[in-house]
Design a protein around this ligand. Structure first.
Ligand SMILES: [Zn+2]
Ligand SMILES: [Zn+2]
Length: 88
């Protein structure tokens, strides 16, 4: 279960808009939360905001797979996470 603090954090992250669109200079796009997979529990996974296209679309991290996604855009999930957290 997410704690109140986690929910607030997730809300702030989602409100930033897609981190990849922002990174690419497309401006703000409404976003989903994407959990970054790391070793350990999924419930503790950090989240980044991604728009539907960059999340589950053909050009998204789930559509292409993480490796292809990172190659395509020249940025890693971890870099997008850092970039996101700087904005909060
Ligand atoms: Zn996007
Ligand atoms: Zn996801």
């Amino acid at each position: 279960m997410a704690t109140k603090a986690e929910k607030e954090h997730y809300g702030k992250v989602a409100n930033l808009g897609c981190s990849l669109c922002r990174y690419l200079g497309y401006g703000e796009s409404p976003s989903h939360l994407h959990h970054i997979r790391r070793a350990g529990k999924r419930s503790n996974a950090p989240v980044i905001p991604l728009c539907p296209e960059h999340h589950t679309g053909n050009k998204g991290v789930h559509g292409m797979g993480r490796k292809a996604f990172e190659r395509e855009y020249g940025v890693t999930e971890e870099e997008l996470l850092e970039y996101t957290l700087q904005l909060i």
